[in-house]
Unconditional design. Structure first.
Length: 289
């Protein structure tokens, strides 16, 4: 028998008593003489129960021994029963502590993960931030030096962004940044890494990609910007353009030199009239010629 109904359980009496609760002969105790567990199967005659109480004083149950024959227990047996009850409570508290510890560890891990995401994420756009992008760039370059195919880096800068802020205000400027990030994201592949480099500048890392393939992706972004207004609910639809620089990342590359190179290419694109793409070794876009 694994359990008994609460309304006829002898333990329901024991749990209300401090210390040990001993019934030498249930047939001689008016509380239990007519109990179905005494008058019928399993014909219990003896009960001894030690209270299981939580450290803060709540009775949780009992540890009990039973017999089919009347009997009594001596002091040594009473001490042993209480000692076993103490061990049961200690084990239950240990289990509770382990569960609490596991919960706290899970909460800490979740908080650590959230903090890591926040540390790597640009708050406005949800893209990677500069520090996180540099880590990905270092990782990709290390893979290339170990034999992976070359990659391409694209620096993208929104043209005349200060004028947008001055004309429409910073809330509109923030909206342009967020929508521009989505436009950029729409032309990249799953393996590409897009980040907000700072202000109105964005960086795109395209693994396993030639500069010509990166130029085609950049051209798609230019066409998308030209065909769709960034904000349509102003007095006049607001279109934006971008200047872009593209350089190669290969086994001979050094990180800081490549970042400087793509930055200079982006400024070449701006100096040649904006809304164009400067590619390392050539000026492929007609507007840059």
């Amino acid at each position: 028998m694994r359990e008994t109904p609460l309304d006829i359980s002898i333990c329901s009496h024991a749990i209300l008593q401090p210390g040990l609760f001993v019934v030498p002969d249930t047939t001689q105790d008016e509380r239990f003489a007519s109990n179905p567990l005494v008058t019928g199967d399993p014909f219990l005659r003896f009960y001894a129960g030690a209270l299981l109480k939580s450290p803060d004083g709540y009775p949780l149950g009992t540890l009990c021994v039973l017999d089919y024959h009347p009997r009594d227990i001596d002091q040594q047996q009473r001490f042993a029963l209480q000692a076993l009850a103490n061990q049961v409570m200690a084990h239950m508290e240990l289990m509770r502590s382990h569960r609490e510890q596991k919960r706290l560890i899970a909460e800490l891990e979740s908080a650590r993960h959230e903090m890591a995401n926040l540390a790597a994420t640009d708050v406005l756009t949800g893209l990677l931030n500069r520090r996180a992008f540099e880590r990905r760039l270092c990782s990709t370059l290390a893979s290339i030096k170990r034999g992976a195919p070359p990659a391409a880096i694209v620096m993208i800068d929104i043209d005349n962004f200060k004028q947008i802020n001055d004309t429409y205000g910073h809330p509109v400027g923030d909206s342009v940044i967020k929508r521009f990030a989505k436009r950029c994201h729409s032309i990249v592949r799953e393996a590409d890494v897009l980040a907000r480099w700072g202000g109105e500048e964005f960086m795109l890392l395209m693994p396993h990609t030639t500069v010509d393939e990166a130029y085609q992706a950049a051209s798609r972004l230019r066409q998308l910007l030209a065909s769709q207004a960034m904000i349509a609910d102003t007095t006049e639809p607001l279109y934006v353009t971008a200047s872009m620089g593209i350089c190669r990342l290969d086994e001979a590359s050094e990180l800081q030199e490549r970042l400087h190179a793509v930055d200079q290419l982006m400024y070449q694109a701006k100096e040649r009239g904006r809304d164009c793409i400067a590619v390392e070794g050539t000026l492929s876009d007609p507007k840059c010629a």
